[in-house]
Design a protein around this ligand. Structure first.
Ligand SMILES: NC(=O)c1ccc[n+]([C@@H]2O[C@H](COP(=O)([O-])OP(=O)(O)OC[C@H]3O[C@@H](n4cnc5c(N)ncnc54)[C@H](O)[C@@H]3O)[C@@H](O)[C@H]2O)c1
Length: 346
């Protein structure tokens, strides 16, 4: 059985997306406006356009079903007006400060946007629009760090955040849970593994590495490179979010992942290999080019408190909502390398 044969639990029509100019939000909006999603309603995107925003990715989006509003989710008067004016029935909450390293240098914006911002949204829903459905986007990082032999995180994994970013996300998760429980709000929540794909900020590991390969500059690798991350293509993630919005049971949490676990060292080696294959002229020796790229990998002091391993068990969403990842890891990486290199050459 697939979702085409099932009845939707919800039919979002007027959707408020917070942080829709960020990496995942941009991909979600593009997906919603594509025929594949089947979404026929209106999208209102509120974003405060921090350094992480990709406003260009949506600038050309001239569509009567898409409205952009520049603003902060902490601005409760603005949010209240938006919910009223656009008759919002569903909030999909992406907006957050999202970079762990930045949270280690300065946690304040993380507390403000991730905790206070989520609190502010929930309060408006509770006080004025209690029938609005609230989907909260969270991360596997709230569950802390796994040992190599541990089973992957299920939805029942205990919370154990280890850095200011994950602690702020965990706090926002708890607020969502508490508001659903205490005030009977309609909520769903998802925890995804690390995303990669189009529109990710170049300070993040995969796009940064592709940029460094292009520039032939040293590629930094934290510690001894043994930290393991579990990767999912952003297109698979946004499809999962839409599946949960339409079919997910109210009050449920869903883990989203694609079972692509690699150490950071392995990941950089794969990127070097794919980059060499995709960009080396036929007459040249790919192996020696690959070795040149490997030599760019440079160990740098480890991130303080660096989590050893994250891994998501997506069995629940697969078994109950019939969502499955579709993009094989190397195919997704190849497409990204081609796109990123093309964009530098324009
Ligand atoms: N990127 C990942 O690998 C990943 C994995 C799992 C979960 N997540 C979660 O998904 C969500 C989106 O992540 P992303 O990678 O797209 O983040 P991002 O940093 O690329 O984008 C965040 C967006 O939110 C906006 N924003 C930040 N604070 C705001 C505020 N106070 N008001 C309005 N807009 C604000 C920013 O301008 C930006 O456009 C986050 O909640 C993140 O925790 C991300």
């Amino acid at each position: 059985m697939n979702n085409n044969n099932r009845n939707c639990i919800r039919h979002p029509q007027n959707l408020l997306i917070t942080g829709g100019c960020g990496f995942i939000g941009v991909n979600f909006i593009h997906y919603l406006l594509s025929p594949e999603s089947g979404f026929t309603g209106t999208i209102v995107n509120i974003d405060k356009l921090t350094y992480a925003a990709h406003s260009n990715a949506l600038v050309e989006l001239v569509n009567p079903r898409y409205i952009f509003i520049y603003g902060d989710i902490c601005d409760s008067i603005l949010i209240k007006d938006i919910l009223y004016k656009f008759n919002i029935d569903t909030i999909c909450h992406f907006a957050a400060e999202s970079h762990v390293d930045r949270s280690i240098n300065n946690g304040y914006p993380f507390i403000q946007s991730n905790i206070n911002g989520t609190f502010s949204l929930l309060e408006i829903v509770r006080q004025y629009y209690p029938s609005v459905h609230f989907h909260h986007i969270s991360t596997d990082e709230v569950f802390g760090s796994l040992e190599p032999s541990d089973a992957a995180f299920t939805e029942l994994a205990p919370y154990a955040p280890n850095n200011p970013y994950s602690a702020s996300k965990a706090s926002s998760d708890h607020l969502v849970r508490a508001y659903a429980h205490t005030y009977n709000l309609s909520t769903t929540m998802s925890h995804s593994s690390n995303n990669y794909g189009l529109y990710q900020h170049e300070e993040k590991l995969i796009p940064q590495t592709i940029r460094r390969l292009y520039d032939k500059k040293p590629i930094p690798l934290y510690g001894d490179g043994s930290n393991i991350r579990d990767w999912i293509h952003v297109s698979d993630h946004v499809r999962a979010i839409w599946t949960i919005l339409c079919y997910g049971n109210t009050g449920e949490n869903y883990n989203i992942g694609a079972r692509n676990e690699y150490s950071n060292r392995e990941l950089l080696q794969i990127l070097c290999k794919l980059y060499a294959e995709l960009t080396t002229p036929a007459k040249n020796d790919i192996k020696s080019v690959y070795n040149e790229y490997l030599n760019l990998i440079t160990l740098v002091p480890d991130r303080p408190g660096h989590d050893l391993r994250y891994a998501i068990d997506p069995s629940k969403i697969e078994k109950t909502l019939y969502w499955y990842p579709q993009i094989p890891f190397e195919a997704g990486l190849k497409a990204l390398i081609v796109h990123q290199v093309d964009s530098y050459q324009k």
